[in-house]
Design a protein around this ligand. Sequence first.
Ligand SMILES: NC(=O)c1ccc[n+]([C@@H]2O[C@H](COP(=O)([O-])OP(=O)(O)OC[C@H]3O[C@@H](n4cnc5c(N)ncnc54)[C@H](O)[C@@H]3O)[C@@H](O)[C@H]2O)c1
Length: 231
Amino acid sequence: MALSERNPEAARKLTEELCIPTWYTDYKEMLEKEKPDVVHICTPNNTHFQIARDVIESGAFAYCEKPLGMDSKETTELAQMVIARGTKAGVNFNYRQNAMVREMHERLYGEVNDLLGNAGEIYAVRGHYLQDWMMYDTDYNWRVVPELGGVSRTIADIGSHWFDTVQFITGHMITKVFCDMQTVIPRRKKPTTQVRTFCGSGHGLRRRGPLRAAQLRPFRWLGGCLEKYDR
Ligand SMILES: NC(=O)c1ccc[n+]([C@@H]2O[C@H](COP(=O)([O-])OP(=O)(O)OC[C@H]3O[C@@H](n4cnc5c(N)ncnc54)[C@H](O)[C@@H]3O)[C@@H](O)[C@H]2O)c1
């Protein structure tokens, strides 16, 4: 097992934390020397296409974080490469592994016992994907830079999670999207140093502390009555 991280300091720290014996700062060198069976691509969105191409060409299976590419041209090319080579590849939508998501799917389609698989017809689906770690104009991350995160942060970067979760639970494919978008914070203050994901910048961090919130919950108690709270 090996890890590639372009920042050597971060690479050293990560290998220690994760007990990975070898690290590289150049993933191509890692592919050449380690000849891995599978590579999990966890780099910013704008690098997925090139790295996934190189991984597939090296003969390894590519397992890429969402979104697979910056646009459908990139994702189509990757899908065609995989089909043409008869190899295996995947995109990670980790909410599929959430216990409540799996239970919702089982309630609709499960065959384990009589209690499952009996939820009935689906007529409508409602949901939200809420995040608050970029709430202040001092919060900053590569995700809000279109050249790094993609032109469609709401739809492709985080919306892709919502789409995939709904498709996985219901077994139905989304075929059309109608949307009305608004950029709530049109100008952000870029910090002078790199900001780690989900940590906000110095200003927001001092006020709130790092926040990791459970992002999927079917309901919760609000003001004494049970309200639907789907995020
Ligand atoms: N499935 C999920 O729930 C989920 C959650 C968070 C992030 N993601 C995805 O994971 C990816 C990474 O997000 P993150 O929040 O961890 O980003 P991050 O900025 O915290 O980490 C990315 C790391 O990649 C390194 N890197 C950049 N280019 C590299 C290269 N060419 N070779 C080696 N290392 C390189 C950077 O130095 C950085 O340490 C994104 O595509 C994001 O959409 C998925």
